[in-house]
Design a binder for this molecule. Structure first.
Ligand code: AMP
Length: 147
């Protein structure tokens, strides 16, 4: 059984390259569709709720920057069609699951840092996405290889 629609969760850093490349290698031979999703987390959420200032302008800048970076990715990977991108505000796990269900994706591809020690306590997006996922999830290892 091969996959038909892959959803790649991109954090829009240089680390998305190996994640996108792996997804395209899986999709390519089967002619599967590849969609990208990036979630802009509301700033108030990052600051833990109550923030005594107006963050709307900063939030808009953050969104515009994400839009620009997404456009760069499409220029870099022309095999991914423009229409197949999704840029939303919210919480990554929730939005990735929502989009995967809505678009009937059968594989979610995320990067994974394989955290250990204290960093584990902070959790990881890959771990978060895995729980309750509506389809298969592939965690692409982003660990640096020892020289
Ligand atoms: P992290 O656990 O935050 O270091 O992220 C690991 C992976 O989760 C990244 O390589 C992306 O695949 C995905 N990811 C993290 N943040 C986001 C985001 N805001 N939107 C979409 N995917 C994300």
């Amino acid at each position: 059984m091969s996959y038909t629609h892959l959803l790649v969760a991109v954090d829009l850093t240089e680390e998305c390259d190996p994640v996108i490349k792996r997804a395209m290698a899986i999709a390519g031979p089967n002619g599967a569709k590849v969609s990208l999703v990036h979630i802009v987390e509301p700033m108030a959420m990052a600051f833990g709720g109550d923030v005594p200032m107006d963050l709307s302008q900063l939030q808009q800048q953050q969104f515009d920057q994400a839009k620009e970076r997404m456009a760069h990715l499409f220029a870099k990977y022309p095999d991914i069609k423009q229409g197949a991108s999704h840029l939303v505000y919210g919480q990554p796990r929730q939005e990735i699951h929502h989009f995967a269900k809505e678009k009937q994706c059968d594989l979610i591809v995320v990067g994974s840092h394989g955290r250990h020690g204290l960093a584990l306590l902070l959790g990881s997006t890959a771990n978060d996405v895995l729980h309750g996922a509506p389809c298969d999830v592939l965690a692409v290892s982003l660990q640096k290889k020892a020289e």
